[in-house]
Design a protein around this ligand. Sequence first.
Ligand code: SF4
Length: 468
Amino acid sequence: MKLPNYNEAKNREKVDIKYLDVNIKYDEIYKGKKYFLRTYGCQMNVHDSEQIKRYMTMLGMEATETLEDADVIVLNTCAIRENAHEKVMGYLGRCKHLKKTKKDLIIAITGCMASQEDVALDIMKNHKYVDILVGTNNLYDLPKLLIEKKTGQNIEVYSNSDIVPENVNYERDSKICAWVNIMYGCDKFCTYCIVPFTRGRERSRKMENILEECSHLVQNGYQEITLLGQNVNAYGNDLNLGYDFADLLENVAKLGIPRLRFVTSHPWNFTDKMIDVIAKYDNIMPYIHLPIQSGSDAILKKMNRRYTVEEYKELFNKMKDRIPGVSITTDIIVGFPGETEEDFQKTLDIAEYCKYDGAYTFIYSERKGTASSFMKDDTPLKEKEERLQRLNEVINKYSRINNEKLLGKEVPVLILGESEKDSTKLYGYTDTYKLVNVIGSKDLIGKIVNVKIEDAKSFSLDGTAVKE
Ligand code: SF4
């Protein structure tokens, strides 16, 4: 048994990375059994679930969409905000109920919640029906734990790790767009964020392994690759092999994938070299997600974000100047401990200044163990809610204005499938990552087509595919 430990995560030593081939041949001891997988949270978790699916298949299992049919339930969880935590705990109640009639049912929790010290202790004490807890740093242990089927709870959560899994053979959800992990972990320790505790220190994959995975995707007809990391700008820093994220981006672009994206970038070490590479290649999409988090220098300092508003503006303007037609979105936290009305006004000011194409806006949510959880927070929730509403008005205004600029134009859209809201329509994304509902025939799915934009709202566009 190995429990998560925040001290270990915080005081971690620099590690020499080991690359672990996880494509092991297992006995298919679960042949004929079914697994149910539920995913919470960010793209990283969605991609981790593609890894979990692979492990389940390796054990001989098939997926089921029906919870009651499952022999193994895996909840791949998120810890970024309190409501994500509550959703998982609510769902666990349903799983517990099933175990009363299905004694052999195995319940496993993976993801960031499993890697939280307080959650692991709570599961040990109050949720004994949970069989397996496995951390994000050693997700590759899940098949081993399922095979061992030890009695009692199996908890294997490493708060630091020197391992990078290779040869994962992901079972990808899409045949059009693929995530490619380029690194794991984060060393930034923004004071509100639990990720450095749950996902360990920064560990980069070797460039040759990433390029091999991307080449394979190109050969298999994928239209879009998104390079994935908590902070992709830091790629390669830990390797000392003489290459960085800009080099990687350029080399992936040269493989000829029609569309290349990346998430997420911290403004702090976004280099000129990266901007130049993005500007140089037509297949690197002109879209950057650049979290600002607050418009107040005092709050940015308390968040340990390592940039000032002036520095952010300088970077923002450089991107706008050098990358033709770039769209920029952001993340903003409202009501961080100690945020005054004056601080918040500065956040409104930066939102007005940047006129973002879109933003994910949130009320600050305390995560136990992070530095900000020890800060005094005396702003009433009602006031924070009002601030969020005022901010969203500004954000929505500019995303609509930016979307309206496309009215009447023909823009290239990668069609991903049928629209969930209206099955007579398709949906896809522009190169600038704007969602478009498209009138067109289903044989356009998986293709990049020109779409004439006929309507623009804050969060989406409507248009008709143009016949070639
Ligand atoms: S850069 Fe900051 S916000 Fe992003 S994952 Fe790392 S600690 Fe969290």
